[in-house]
Each structure stands twice: as structure tokens, then as C-alpha cells.
Write a protein that binds this ligand. Structure first.
Ligand SMILES: Cc1cc2nc3c(=O)[nH]c(=O)nc-3n(C[C@H](O)[C@H](O)[C@H](O)COP(=O)(O)OP(=O)(O)OC[C@H]3O[C@@H](n4cnc5c(N)ncnc54)[C@H](O)[C@@H]3O)c2cc1C
Length: 505
């Protein structure tokens, strides 16, 4: 795996020696790789197997373009049986497997890091919606379905799949389930885990686990599907998912609010949950810098609020049927403005205006990416301690790295904050990498002090493996090892993702 940030200083002699060694290794490597590719083509239908490096590139590079790698091949099955055959072929050839959905993951779990021994199995061609049941409010979809396509399909039938992420136009449901994705609607509908009724999974030995039930109540022993949700492809390949739907919320009220502090945002959240009868579907916190970043990415975005405030909340209430959502939002905002919790605000008068408000939230991500490599976190702490956490962690970063800028935002209703650190412009890659590393160390220390999580929703992948490993208590490690041993004793599935298992190899 080649990282943009890695900087190795070698002498001229060392470089020459390394080149010579690589030349021999490459010659051996090339013929071995070519043999493996030929064997895969012989075992599987040839249109399933990609080996051209240019065609494989998009499967081997992460979403931000920070890391690029390679693979022996990329396999693109069209059916569950294809996946099972691909898994068996890889096992027979002693290749290991990196499953991939939309490749929007942020922790390097879905791209390979050992180009000579790993194969990517992309689910992108398994994208059929197998069934939608309007009475049952459920659907069965293949793992490669793009999230927004599922949402659009069920919306056309008056139903709603509540999972909502910035990447919903590219991420795929198998990836969402494998990362137990969160997103903006968790506070009302829960994480992906709570939206999954059943799973079909190809296990590491190629057998198919059919757990595609749509039953809502089923207490026949241990709920095995839970093992694969959030497993990031380390225990099997999810090929289909049965999902829970809800009535489509035709009424949505969206408001952008200016507040005096993050503390007030937490108070507002508590109040909104009660006053809005748990009909709140999003509550996102943004600092003033969000607007600057969003406009760096989308320059013609019109500022929705006139004044400048220390904190902003983007809030959404939604519902279907007989409730009056617009009236509820009006009355709620009148009350909280009278009480001084909200200083200023704007309610979107149309869907286009609501979309414009959300563009600030989405554009700030793009704006950060445009500023170049930076430290991204995905933290959760107890909601009651979130404001203190942000204050302490930002202060700790600025003490250690005075030339960096912190930007903290996120799904505050879930106690989930992305506290990102942007290095200054004009420094070289090694200096950026050093600052990112330092910032991560400092922030993780504060997370530990607050008994929080270093991964609220993005998972562990390869990026956070060392930090996860360092914080794992012996009982949890023993349970995870026992599970891996039981389901994937040959360590075929996504090696190096989440944990290494040295005792099993
Ligand atoms: C701008 C941006 C915003 C984001 N916002 C959010 C957010 O709000 N909330 C959130 O939770 N995440 C967010 N993410 C992260 C990402 O979109 C999610 O993790 C998403 O669920 C990944 O889906 P994917 O299909 O792209 O998975 P991939 O990136 O392809 O894979 C992710 C992991 O799942 C495994 N995997 C994929 N498919 C399968 C399968 N069928 N079977 C077994 N394992 C599989 C992979 O091996 C990998 O470990 C964001 C990412 C970006 C770039």
C-alpha cells in the first residue's frame, strides 16, 4: 500500500540495492501473479475477472485518493452462487479476499494492502431489488444495490428506508451493513443494525448462510446475522439483505439555527426530543468554519442567515399522515427563541431551500478534502459530556499544534462528533503526516479520558487497527479470536482489517 504521506529517506546505494532486489522479486512476482490470474480465469467465468491494472485502479484507491494499492485481481460476481464459487477459487489458490461495496469507506477496510496475495470481490454487479412487501414494510435487496436507488425505489411505493449518508449515491447496502453505518437519521431510526431484518452471507469456506428472514420477532436462539453486521467483511461476504421500511415522511420541516454555544445546542436537542414528540429525524451541529469550507467547495452557495454565531444546528422534523409538521416546527422554534436558546434561524420554505441548507453540511466535507490531507476522526462520547469533550480536545490539539485548525461537527444528537484537524497550507507532506499523527494521538487520549469510542460509525478497517488493538481488553480479544477461529480459521476474509490474529496464522 502506498501512502501519499509516507516519506522514506534512503541513500543512493540503498536505493540501487533495493531496485536490484525489487527487479528479481518483480520478475518472480509477475509470473506468480500471472499464474494466479490465469487460474482464476480458468475457475470462474472470464467476464468476472479483472486483471488490467488500469481497470482495477478504482477498486484499489480510497475515496479521498490518499492511498493507492493493487490486487491480484478484482472479481465481479453477478449472483450469490458466483460469490460462493469465487470464494472457493480464492481459497484453493491460497488467496485472501477483500470484499468491496461502493468503496466510500473512510478507514481503508475495503481496499487491499497486499497486492500479491489479495483479491477484491466487488459486489457492484449484484444490484437487484429482489422483493418489496408493502404490507410488511420490508424489502429484500442484493448487497450491491446503491443506497439511494433503494431509497428511490421504495419511495415510489410510498415507503421509506431511513438510512441517509452523504455518500448515499455511491455506497452500497452490503457496505452499509458491514460497517453498521450511521448517518443523519440515527437519532430517530437507529444505526443500520436496527434496520436489518435478515442477511444472506457467503461464508469463508464458500457455503451460503441463508438468513434472509423478514420476521420482526424471532427469538429462536442466538441472532446469527448480528455477527456479520459491522464485521467489515472479516467473517464472510454479505450477498443480500432484508431491510425494515417505514411509511414515507411526506412532511419534512428543515431549519438552520444560530446559537450562542455548543452547550446550548445540547440543551436544544434535549428540548427538541421532548417537544417534537420524537419526530425529529436529524440534528447536526456545525461550527462557523463549516460555512467557509462549504463555500470553498461550492462557491455560489447563498448564506441562509445574516449574522455570525458561535454555533449552528441543522435540524429536521418529519412525519407522515395526520400530524402537522410545519406547525410543530413553528411552535417549537417560537418557544426556544423566546427562551433565548436559539438566537436566529431560518425554516426552509421549499424542498429546494431545504436542499440548499443540507448543501452546507455536505459541502463542508468537500471543502476539507480540498484543503488536502487532514486528520479525520469519528468519535462518540456520552451526550451529556459532548460539549466539554469538544472544548478539551480542541484545546489539547491547539496546545500541541498551534498552527493547525480544528473543525468539530456532526451527528450531535447521537453523541457523535467528527473532530477534524486541518494542517496549515504550504507545508510539505512529511510535516503534514507528522501533524496528523500527533493530532490523532492527542485526540485519542482525550477520548480515552472521556471513556468514549474512537469509531462511532466508520468502523476500524486498516486505518484504526493499531488504535483499536491497543484499547482491547483481554476478554473482548479472546471472544473476537474465538469467533474468527470458528468462522474463518484459514484467515481468508479481509486479513489485516479490524485485527490481526497472530495466534491463528
Ligand atoms: C463524504 C463521506 C461521508 C460519509 N458519511 C458517513 C456517515 O454519515 N455515516 C457513516 O456511517 N459513514 C459515513 N461515511 C463512510 C461510508 O460511506 C460508509 O462506511 C458506508 O457504509 C460504506 O459503504 P460502501 O458500500 O462504500 O462500503 P466499502 O467502502 O466498499 O466497504 C466498507 C467495508 O465493508 C466491507 N464490505 C463491503 N461490502 C461488503 C459485503 N457485501 N460483504 C462483506 N463486507 C463488505 C469492506 O470490506 C470494508 O471493510 C462517509 C463517507 C464519506 C466519503
Amino acid at each position: 500500500m502506498r501512502s501519499k504521506n509516507s516519506g522514506l529517506a534512503l541513500s543512493g546505494q540503498e536505493v540501487a540495492a533495493a531496485r536490484e532486489k525489487a527487479r528479481h522479486m518483480n520478475l518472480d512476482g509477475i509470473s506468480k501473479t500471472a499464474d494466479l490470474q490465469a487460474s482464476l480465469r480458468a475457475a470462474l467465468s472470464s467476464d468476472m475477472v479483472l486483471t488490467d491494472p488500469a481497470e482495477m485502479l478504482r477498486f484499489c484507491r480510497d475515496w479521498h485518493g490518499d492511498v493507492t494499492s493493487g490486487a491480484v485481481a478484482v472479481l465481479r460476481p453477478r449472483s450469490t452462487v458466483d460469490v460462493a464459487n469465487a470464494v472457493r477459487a480464492c481459497r484453493d489458490l491460497q488467496l485472501t479476499i477483500v470484499p468491496q461495496g461502493g468503496n466510500t469507506g473512510l478507514v481503508l477496510g475495503g481496499i487491499p494492502d497486499q497486492p500479491d496475495t489479495q483479491v477484491v470481490i466487488s459486489l457492484e454487479r449484484m444490484n437487484a431489488i429482489r422483493n418489496v412487501d408493502a404490507d410488511d414494510f420490508s424489502a429484500v435487496v442484493e448487497a450491491g444495490c446503491i443506497l439511494s436507488e433503494i431509497k428511490d425505489d421504495v419511495a415510489a411505493r410510498g415507503m421509506y428506508f431511513p438510512l441517509a449518508l452523504g455518500t448515499q449515491g455511491s455506497c452500497r447496502i452490503g457496505g452499509n451493513v458491514s460497517t453498521n453505518a450511521g448517518g443523519i437519521n440515527v437519532l430517530r431510526y437507529g444505526m443500520t443494525r436496527e434496520l436489518v431484518l435478515g442477511l444472506e452471507v457467503v461464508l469463508p469456506d464458500g457455503t451460503i448462510f441463508n438468513g434472509l428472514s423478514t420476521l420482526r420477532k424471532d427469538n429462536r436462539g442466538i441472532d446469527l446475522k448480528q455477527l456479520f453486521i459491522g464485521a467489515e467483511g472479516t467473517l464472510g461476504i454479505i450477498t443480500a439483505v432484508s431491510i425494515k421500511l417505514t411509511p414515507y415522511p411526506e412532511q419534512v420541516a428543515t431549519a438552520l439555527l444560530g446559537l450562542n454555544s455548543l452547550d446550548d445546542a445540547i440543551k436544544l436537542y434535549r428540548r427538541a426530543r421532548r417537544d417534537c414528540c420524537d419526530l425529529m429525524s436529524a440534528f447536526e451541529f456545525m461550527p462557523p468554519l463549516a460555512f467557509v469550507l462549504a463555500r470553498e467547495a461550492i462557491p455560489d452557495l447563498a448564506m441562509p442567515i445574516a449574522g455570525d454565531y458561535p454555533a449552528y444546528v441543522l435540524m429536521e422534523i418529519s412525519g407522515s399522515g395526520l400530524v402537522d409538521i410545519a406547525d410543530l416546527m413553528e411552535r417549537f422554534l417560537t418557544g426556544v427563541m423566546e427562551d433565548g436558546l436559539v438566537v436566529d434561524g431560518v425554516i426552509a420554505a421549499s424542498q429546494a431551500q431545504a436542499r440548499n441548507l443540507w448543501l452546507f453540511r455536505e459541502g463542508m466535507n468537500e471543502g476539507q478534502a480540498k484543503r488536502g490531507p487532514h486528520m479525520r476522526t469519528d468519535i462518540s462520547v456520552q451526550l451529556s459530556r459532548l460539549a466539554d469533550f469538544v472544548r478539551d480536545a480542541e484545546q489539547a490539539v491547539l496546545d500541541a499544534l498551534p498552527d493547525c485548525v480544528c473543525v468539530s461537527y456532526g451527528h450531535v444528537g447521537d453523541g457523535n462528533v467528527h473532530l477534524n484537524v486541518l494542517p496549515p497550507a504550504g507545508i510539505v507532506a512529511e510535516e503534514i503526516a507528522a501533524r496528523i499523527y500527533k493530532a490523532k494521538t492527542v485526540v485519542n487520549q482525550v477520548v480515552d479520558d472521556y471513556h468514549g469510542s474512537i469509531s462511532a460509525e466508520h468502523g476500524i478497517g486498516r486505518l484504526k487497527r493499531a488504535d483499536f488493538d491497543a484499547r482491547l481488553d483481554p476478554t473482548r480479544r479472546a471472544l473476537l479470536t474465538a469467533l474468527k477461529q470458528a468462522i474463518d480459521p484459514s484467515l481468508v476474509m479481509n486479513p489485516g482489517c479490524q485485527l490481526n490474529f497472530p495466534n491463528l496464522s
